[in-house]
Ligand binder design. Structure first.
Ligand code: 6PG
Length: 258
């Protein structure tokens, strides 16, 4: 692990960038998104981006929706999705869609038809997951292959979960579906989540991790001991880039941490 902040360590397809503070981490994440969106639009006429939930990315979304960054993205050529969603209404304070809608979606000219939220008002989380998977497939022009997102954003919990792929939950073993309803017994809740096959098909997966509480899990993911197998460690894009953006607190237990 690189010892100086802002340093990077690269293994095959995986890059870990460490930052002295959250704002420089978010600036780097924003630059990556602007770059990925620009090349996707140049090469394919559209950029398909999946947003992560939780609290870490909120300031990043706000920065993308304000000058100067807001003029760096061709919003009309962007399609927005979510990496996962809680089983709550879209206007619920816990909703990942609501957080992103407040921080960015309501502030930029992404066409309404390009905003693909999980329809949690469906009959059940299972129905919501099926509808969301169908919506993803439609957005990619149909077909039975695995859609390849340009960017999938993720976070990581202190237990090593990512998206809503929590330790010991059924979705970890899903190898066919793109999206599933995942019962998280430890939370007494069901979540709707992208699965590893869909996540690992992306061109770029960015995982943003900040805070001391994440340090033990981050070490177990990036520098695993024998037997360690936290969900976030299974994010390994098959033919894409994996970019970890971590702050000093989250990286404090990694080799070379000062
Ligand atoms: C969610 C997210 C989840 C999140 C991590 C980190 O629905 O909460 O998808 O995977 O990214 O729990 O959350 P924080 O950024 O709030 O620490």
């Amino acid at each position: 692990m690189n010892t100086d902040m802002g340093g990077k360590k690269e293994d095959a397809g995986r890059e870990v960038r460490r930052f002295a503070d959250v704002s420089s981490l978010q600036a780097s994440a924003a630059a990556e998104i602007v770059e990925a969106a620009g090349s996707a639009v140049r090469e394919r006429g559209i950029c398909r981006l999946a947003l992560s939930g939780g609290s870490t990315p909120r300031a990043l979304y706000r920065s993308l929706a304000t000058p100067p960054l807001v003029s760096s993205i061709d919003w009309e050529r962007l399609e927005l999705f979510w990496s996962d969603e809680r089983d709550v209404p879209p206007d619920d304070p816990r909703s990942n869609y609501r957080m992103a809608h407040e921080a960015i979606v309501s502030k930029v000219p992404v066409p309404v038809a390009h905003v693909h939220r999980v329809e949690t008002e469906s009959e059940s989380p299972v129905e919501a997951a099926a509808r969301y998977e169908a919506a993803i497939r439609r957005a990619f022009g149909g077909g039975t292959g695995i859609p390849r997102f340009d960017v999938i954003m993720l976070g990581m919990g202190a237990d090593g979960h990512t998206a809503s792929l929590f330790p010991g939950t059924p979705a970890l073993m899903e190898h066919d579906r793109l999206v599933v309803a995942n019962r998280v017994a430890s939370m007494g809740a069901t979540r709707i989540t992208m699965t590893f096959p869909l996540i690992n098909a992306a061109r770029l997966v960015m995982i943003l991790v900040t805070g001391k509480d994440k340090a033990p899990a981050l070490r177990r993911v990036l520098e695993p001991e024998p037997g360690d197998a936290l969900p976030a460690a299974a994010v390994r894009p098959v033919n894409g880039r994996l970019l970890w953006l971590v702050d000093g607190d989250a990286a404090s237990l990694l080799d070379g941490a000062v």
